[in-house]
Write a protein that binds this ligand. Structure first.
Ligand SMILES: Cc1ncc(COP(=O)(O)O)c(C=O)c1O
Length: 420
């Protein structure tokens, strides 16, 4: 970060992105695994955390720990301020209209379940249709299936082509008077496809159909502006964007949230309780029953501060370059097939090697200190679509470097050698 301020009392900070400097912010990256430098390419599962986030959470426990919202004492007030400040930071980060539109949840999964169980149960009934896509994570399939089972509603699935791109003409035709909700992934965790979600929202809105976007893989890799997308709900997890585990955000448009019944009942979500009747609290507390992950919330605030100090545009361009470099290198390996070759892709590279099980690939790469993910990635229907049981998946973050992709390529050649 460069100081460019000229006045004595105000220093204007110019954002910058130097990948080697950024790496220094992430202490875990400097460790050795199996005697080799760690090559962490499992960022779609969870990303690593910068020192600033770790420090903020430690500081919270050292200096502020207290329960929030209810206390009149010094520490409770301090903790409440830190926790609520994070909500405002999140609002600005997403360009949401109001802080009450930011609901703190445990992660993407809980955000989607919240919408299915509150908006869905209230507004979706027998014979109504819910549209998802063929490339959803289980967390954007199962909550809707549960709702369909309970209500007698119908789950419809937008198909995709062999590159892993949604068939938009099919989607457009699927939207009809029975469609009551659309819930689609912004970026696929298996294929890396960036879906044309703005267009998808627009098409649904022409029929007044609300749309939820699963942004778990998008928020770490692109600037997300919920007002520009005009989505009605947007769910994501802090831990995939350099923040703590157990923290997630559900953005919802104010009028939707206001009209929805609460998700869970308990402390903190009420105005008053008698045995005869409970009056629920105002937004956002109506959806936040019980003591939340306060340290995590504070840590997430620090995550946004950290990202705010980075030139995110350059970071995104760096990630794009890594993906292009890795795609070119892996494509040239004989017997390797990349799963997911969409025109618009981000940061995820799934592949299979002829005759070698992905688990064996992962295990041999681990010997070299290379962490990738293998399996169905909680997206079994995607595996079925491509006629495979599993893939190996390398996924990138802004702190990865080309040298790590070179290490991956050497590792894959070693896997091939072992098996031939
Ligand atoms: C696209 C997508 N949606 C949802 C999830 C679920 O996120 P979480 O487990 O943090 O709730 C994931 C996690 O991998 C994901 O990649």
């Amino acid at each position: 970060m460069k100081l460019t301020g000229k006045t004595h009392d105000i220093q204007v900070l110019e954002k910058s992105f130097d990948v080697w400097k950024v790496r220094e912010d992430f202490p875990i990256l400097s460790q050795q695994v199996n005697g080799k430098p760690l090559t962490y390419l499992d960022n779609a599962a969870t990303s690593q955390k910068p020192q600033a986030v770790i420090d903020a959470m430690t500081r919270y426990y050292l200096e502020e720990n207290s329960n929030i919202h209810r206390g009149v004492h010094f520490l409770s007030d301090k903790a409440t301020q830190s926790y609520e400040a994070a909500r405002v930071k999140t609002q600005k980060f997403l360009n949401a209209a109001r802080p009450e539109e930011i609901i703190n949840v445990r992660g993407t999964t809980e955000g989607i379940n919240l919408v299915a169980q509150t908006y869905g149960r209230k507004n979706i009934g027998r014979g109504d249709e819910i549209i998802i896509s063929a490339m959803e994570h289980h967390s954007n399939i199962v909550p809707w299936q549960m709702l369909c089972e309970e209500k007698g509603s119908i789950l419809r699935v937008i198909p995709m082509n062999e590159r892993g791109e949604l068939l938009m003409d099919k989607y457009e035709k699927m939207l009809n008077e029975r469609t009551k909700f659309v819930s689609v992934v912004h970026i696929s965790n298996v294929l890396g496809t960036i879906n044309p979600v703005k267009e998808m929202v627009e098409l649904a809105h022409r029929r007044q159909i609300p749309v939820l976007l699963d942004g778990a893989q998008a928020v770490p890799h692109m600037k997300v502006d919920v007002r520009e997308l005009d989505c009605d709900f947007y769910a994501f997890s802090a831990h995939k964007m350099y923040g703590p585990t157990g923290v997630g955000i559900l953005y919802g448009k104010h009028d939707f949230l206001e009209a929805m019944p609460p998700y869970q009942g308990g402390g903190d979500m009420i105005k008053s309780v008698t045995f005869e009747k409970t009056i629920y609290g105002d937004l956002p507390h109506k959806f936040e029953a019980g003591t939340p992950n306060i340290a995590g919330g504070v840590g997430f605030g620090a995550t946004i501060d950290y990202l705010d100090r980075i030139d995110f545009k350059t970071a995104v361009a760096h990630e794009r370059e890594l993906l292009a470099y890795a795609t070119e290198k892996l494509t040239s390996i004989r017997g390797l097939r990349i799963i997911g070759t969409a025109q618009e892709k981000a940061s995820v590279l799934s592949f299979e090697l002829a005759g070698i099980h992905p688990h064996d690939i992962g295990t041999i790469l681990d010997d070299d200190g290379i962490a990738i993910r293998t399996g169905h990635h909680c997206a079994q229907p995607v595996m079925k679509c491509f006629g495979i049981p599993a893939t190996a998946r390398a996924s990138f973050a802004m702190y990865n470097v080309k040298e790590e992709i070179d290490a991956l390529v050497r590792g894959i050649h070693r896997v091939i050698e072992v098996f031939t």
